[in-house]
Design a protein around this ligand. Sequence first.
Ligand code: NAD
Length: 251
Amino acid sequence: LRRLQGEVALVTGAARGLGRAIAERLHAEGALVAYWDVDGDRLAELSAGDGFEGLVDTVDITDSTAVTAGVARIRDQLGPVGVLVNNAGISAPCDPQDVTDESWRTMMAVNTDAAFWCVRACLPGMRAARRGKIVNISSIAALHGRPATHPAYATSKAALIGMTATLSHNLGPDGITVNAVCPGIIRTEIHESYTDEQLAVFFSDIPLVPAGRAGERGLPRDIAAAVAFLASPDADYITGQYLEVNGGARP
Ligand code: NAD
């Protein structure tokens, strides 16, 4: 499918994991893709790979000034952003009693606040074009909770669902759709600080064994496929929704 021919897409947190899979899928569908990440080394490694095409830029999305400047660089080099995927996020296990003010604020700053800084920076271009697609990567944690997870993680991801709903009203008249994808557990480096026991719980209640897939259940490409759909003209009349991609888990 090449549903995004000629589109300019920005994916945050694209150096690895789900963001990388999303960026690669949007590229495969014809989009010119800007890969943003705070981890410049990983971006450099990625862009040095054989046949890599895309614009890589080291941007810490919690810095709203850097976000605005980065969106201007995309406009100058590729064109105005037509598809924004707010994917960058952080997670960690934490007992509620051990939550520090700083860890709470950091998680909210990356997972929620920065997503809005990215929306705000892309809006002038989308409004001028009278079209645009925004996809926020929330989580199963926003809807069902997750054992062991930092409470700010679920809070920050639930906030994205509220943001999605309101922005869909704010921006619908401009022809801009705003949706969320809520992934279930997909094994990535975000889980580095979780124990094997904690992770095993996440996998224990997934009913679906997709055809031909007995090992890992959910894969980054499953999330990428959902994002590509919501970013494409196939989803032109879908806005304000959240789509769970979680193998049917109901924790
Ligand atoms: P990951 O840790 O592998 O990748 C996240 C990327 O975001 C990293 O490359 C990181 O450097 C980048 N990042 C972090 N802070 C940033 C900042 N301030 N500015 C720019 N980039 C920053 O994680 P992942 O598993 O690929 O997760 C991607 C998104 O999906 C996250 O929002 C996560 O919360 C969400 N999610 C993941 C899962 C899962 O099971 N993997 C489940 C539900 C939701």
